[in-house]
Design a binder for this molecule. Structure first.
Ligand code: SF4
Ligand code: SF4
Ligand code: SF4
Ligand code: FES
Length: 953
């Protein structure tokens, strides 16, 4: 099977597959067909290779039966039923092509065409229009009604959305868009307004798309059979010619896409129906926000400079690599082998990450490698491995369809993991109960047709206290699943834990005041979780980015084990990973203490294995974590760093401290698409490749290894894995591969959970969830099914130890941070797309009561000040925030939200405590000192590079 194909239309079976029912055999046009009960006649015909004309049906949506084009005749039944809404029955005899049906269908098409602009030849959808196809399919040759009567062909276009256009003149009111918005996306932004001839699609209450609650997921555009809803990129470039199957490079959902291409230009990204994570759906980022890949800001040539105040000089790849290697070696000669290190990137492929950590361990000769997962999900690795024995989520996303109770804690899926949120909302609309534990009233708490049963609106930093109190209720009210605990878990550890959580200090009443959650709510949520059927936990950075991040992960695992909610569909403990390849960067051995597959560097047997395959002596001592690297840089013992695709100057906490550390380095090498904030401190810049150029794999939050395939050639000449190989070689450790598939082969050879993974298998199966342990293994959607990876599940004592960060009279509010749907992380990619239309600046959300006390109005500029620093941004009054808590995002360097965050971190993993900073908010009409200084430095950098360009000219 090839994955770069001419542009094929995927088969649309008209209605969704049914899998559960008994098999039914019927006859269609004389052919015997056997399908599961509940299948539509239309789908049964399509599966037998018989095409039935259709317009309002598509296999991603439940049938609606409005267009009347799919009529069939059924022996023994009167009339001509719609095949899309008629289920199969045993012995049924169906005819899809008769003179009577042909006449009826032509009549239907005549009506559609008589109210349709006849501009097919110049229409953007020419060649990709189902109306056009159907006119051909039914043999329509003329239209008896003429085109002079009343019509919709002059209706005005809505061009408000930056990515798609809405031309109601071409609408056939099939309602596919409305149903896609409801069923697939779950936003309910569209309706059919009016009746009969006056009926028309309307976003919101007659608003424009941008003015409505539309979140720009594009599901309606994909569902539209005509050119009514069309991507502006298709209007600009024309219909695609071929497509390449690949994976989104934004969040940890890991959606599969067809990059639909014209030459090397992306025409559109279409979510892949067979994508295991997304099954044909996407969000605004994956579907539309790919323009950054060809943005003019991209750096295309390697660059070097002596001092960070010098202008950059473009050089050849060979010269840049030689310069970097010479500087790194010089630093090691002067300051010792441990004076250099590097950071791998969760945005890069597994193969790119693997070679960088190998370069550090084998060529740098130390274990000073860390990854950006340090600052997001490192507590997940620690907590789940302590309790279950493996550092990963337990389920596939599909599993949520079997959940009866869903507990979402410290996550905001509708913004952070939108495609998973759509799955979740679908399940909630079908009746599952929802518990939200979050300081903010996130959208899931109340949105169309979704209402959380319980919202535990806790004080930031009190997750552990709330979860211990839930455990207290479960243990003291006899809600423990004893059979599961006795069969699957370490009973002695359970007994210790049960005695601990049963202590009076962990009772809901005892923690109510500190957590801000009424005891009655904690009790009710605990009972629902323990007794409501299949209960699943989903969590995000609101769990991990705390000084008790690892404790909270273990507290959730304890709850799941105590109630037997682990090891089957619909249950489990599931991290919603931030970046596209956070799971992969952890799996690939990016932590200073672990080789790939989470094996400790001090294990002699494991080290010997790597030494043999790599042909290098390896250090058995764990190296420096990112915060240790910064501290050592300031102390003067750490002098050289390679940073792969991360903007640590913007993303890591306490910006002043990070800047001081980076300034102290003698050699900083940055590899990125853009000259980011970190590059301001760099001496060597290696241009990186975008996901559209990469060849490799990403691993999503479900442990699903997805292929990333190049849709266009590298824009910068060298693939990233090749750069790491060249640098290692120049450092004296020869490293080379002829293709990324060979890197995966080495990963498989050295990593038990990847042993059965290969590019060939991924190309064959589409994706594989690790563990995949041999050539015949097809992966593991649900973990810990019969036994925990560590043998017996281990309950861990989760003492609640409050953070050192305290509010005072000077800093009376708690700041918590997060992200929003349209932007991504530090915004380097999304800020370079039309997504800025939704979020042009970071905003501070503040409760109206706190605002009033400070005399603040909506839209005022405010100073956000902590013990660490201050920044100025705009305030938005929001009753989503509880009094005493404020919230902002960190997508814009001009705000620099991390100027105010502290260096407090998780006790086990050093994951920074981004979610709890004591702050004060005051009205302000000027930028902070930090912003003034940043602007000055930015101006200076521009002046230097302009001077350099003039000198070169
Ligand atoms: S883009 Fe998505 S949210 Fe917006 S109207 Fe279409 S389906 Fe609904
Ligand atoms: S906009 Fe497209 S999908 Fe929606 S009703 Fe009109 S033709 Fe159908
Ligand atoms: S949900 Fe995540 S992976 Fe999927 S399209 Fe959106 S950003 Fe990409
Ligand atoms: S496709 Fe069956 S009624 Fe429209």
């Amino acid at each position: 099977m090839t994955h770069a194909t001419p542009h094929p239309h995927e088969t649309d079976f008209g209605t969704p597959a049914r899998t559960a029912g008994e098999l039914v055999t019927l006859e269609i046009d004389g052919r015997r067909v056997t399908v599961p009960d509940g299948t539509s006649v239309m789908r049964a015909a399509m599966e037998a290779g018989i095409t039935v004309p259709k317009l309002c049906a598509t296999d991603s949506l439940e049938p609606f039966g409005s267009c009347r084009l799919c009529l069939v005749e059924i022996e023994g039944r009167r009339g001509t039923p719609a095949s899309c809404t008629t289920p199969v029955a045993p012995g049924m005899k169906v005819a899809t092509q008769t003179p009577r049906l042909a006449k009826l269908r032509r009549g239907v098409m005549e009506l559609y065409i008589s109210d349709h602009p006849l501009d097919c030849l110049t229409c953007a959808a020419n060649g990709d229009c189902e109306l056009q196809d159907m006119a051909g399919a039914v043999g329509l040759r003329n239209v008896r009604y003429g085109f002079d009567g009343e019509s919709h062909t002059t209706a005005a276009k809505d061009e408000s959305n930056p990515y798609f256009s809405f031309d109601p003149a071409k609408c056939i009111v099939c309602s596919r868009c409305v149903r896609a918005c409801q069923e697939t996306q779950g936003t309910f932004a569209l309706t059919i307004d009016g009746r009969g001839f006056a009926s028309a699609v309307s976003p919101g209450a007659g608003e424009s798309f941008m003015g409505s609650e539309c979140v720009s997921c594009g599901a309606c555009v994909q569902a539209c059979p005509t050119a009514t809803l069309t991507e502006k990129s298709v209007i600009e470039h024309g219909q695609p010619e071929h497509s390449v199957l690949t994976t989104c490079a934004y969040c940890g959902v890991g959606c599969s896409f067809k990059a639909e291409m014209k030459g090397t230009t992306v025409v559109r990204m279409t979510p892949h129906k067979d994508g295991g994570a997304n099954e044909g759906h996407s969000c605004v980022k994956g579907r539309f926000a790919w323009g950054y890949a060809t943005h003019k800001d991209r750096v295309m040539k390697p660059m070097i400079r002596e001092r960070i105040t010098d202008p950059w000089r473009e050089v050849s790849w060979e010269a840049a690599v030689a310069h970097a290697a010479a500087r790194l070696k010089a630093v090691q000669a002067k300051h010792g082998r441990g004076s250099i290190g590097g950071i791998t990137s969760s945005r890069c492929t597994n193969e790119e990450i693997y070679v960088v950590q190998k370069m550090i361990r084998a060529a740098f000769g130390n274990n000073n490698v860390d990854t950006c997962a340090r600052v997001c999900h490192s507590p997940t690795g620690y907590g789940l491995s302590q309790t279950f024995g493996t550092s990963a989520g337990t389920q596939d996303f599909k599993s949520v369809a079997e959940a009866d109770v869903v507990l979402v804690i410290g996550a905001n899926p509708t913004d952070g993991h939108p495609v998973f949120a759509s799955r979740l909302k679908k399940r909630l609309r079908a009746g599952a109960e929802l518990i939200v534990i979050d300081p903010r009233r996130i959208d899931l708490v109340r949105s169309p047709h979704v209402q959380a049963r319980h919202h535990l609106q806790l004080q930031p930093g009190t997750n552990v206290a709330v979860l211990n109190a839930m455990a207290h209720v479960i243990v003291t009210e006899g809600l423990v699943n004893r059979a599961f605990v006795e069969e699957r878990c370490d009973v002695a550890a359970f007994d210790r834990w049960a005695a601990f959580v049963a202590e009076a200090r962990n009772a809901p009443d005892a923690v109510a005041e500190r957590t801000g959650v009424p005891a009655i709510e904690i009790r009710a949520a605990a009972r629902l979780y323990a007794t409501g059927g299949n209960a699943a936990i989903y969590y995000g950075l609101g769990v991990t980015e705390h000084s008790q991040g690892s404790t909270t992960v273990m507290a959730m695992a304890n709850l799941a084990m105590a109630t037997g909610n682990i090891g089957r569909d619909g249950v489990g403990v599931n991290p919603l990973r931030g970046q596209n390849n956070v799971q992969g960067s952890c799996d690939m051995g990016s932590f200073p203490h672990e080789f790939s597959g989470y094996r400790h560097v001090s294990d002699d047997g494991v080290r010997a294995l790597f030494e043999e395959v790599w042909g290098a002596a390896l250090d058995g001592e764990p190296g420096l974590r990112i915060p240790n690297m910064f501290d050592a840089a300031i102390d003067g013992s750490f002098k050289g760093m390679f940073v792969q695709g991360e903007d640590i100057a913007q993303s890591d906490p306490n910006t002043r401290h990070v800047s001081a550390a980076l300034e102290s380095l003698e050699i900083l090498i940055v590899q990125d698409l853009f000259l980011n904030e970190t590059a301001a401190f760099a001496h060597v810049f290696f241009p990186g490749t975008s996901f559209l150029e990469k060849d490799g794999t990403f691993t999503n939050a479900e442990r699903r290894i997805n292929r990333v395939r190049p849709a266009m050639p590298s824009q910068v000449g060298w693939d990233e894995w090749r750069v790491a190989c060249a640098l290692a070689t120049a450092m004296g450790y020869p490293m080379s591969y002829d293709h990324p598939a060979r890197i995966m082969d080495e990963i498989a050879r050295l990593t038990p959970t990847f042993r059965g993974v290969s590019f060939d298998k991924l190309d064959r199966l589409g994706s594989v969830q690790w563990p995949c342990t041999d050539a015949d293994h097809t992966g593991t959607p649900i973990m810990h099914a019969d036994r925990f990876v560590r043998g017996q599940g281990r309950f861990m004592i989760t003492e609640y130890i409050p953070t050192d960060e305290r509010t005072t009279r000077m800093y009376p509010l708690i700041l918590t941070t997060g992200r929003i749907l349209s932007q991504y992380n530090v915004g380097a990619q999304t800020r370079r797309t039309a997504n800025v239309a939704w979020h042009p600046e970071d905003i501070l959300e503040i409760n109206p009561h706190d605002a009033e006390q400070r005399g603040l109005k909506d839209g005022d500029l405010v100073s956000l000040a902590s013990r660490m620093g201050a920044t100025t941004l705009r305030a938005q009054l929001s009753d989503r925030m509880p009094p005493g808590v404020v919230y902002t995002t960190f997508h814009h360097p001009v705000t620099g939200a991390n100027v105010v965050t502290t260096e407090n971190s998780d006790w086990a993993t050093n994951c920074p405590e981004y979610k709890v900073t004591a702050v004060q908010i005051t009205r302000s009409n000027q930028p902070s000192d930090w912003q003034v200084e940043r602007d000055r430095q930015e101006g200076e950098r521009k002046r230097v590079s302009t001077a350099a360009v003039s000198a070169a000219e």
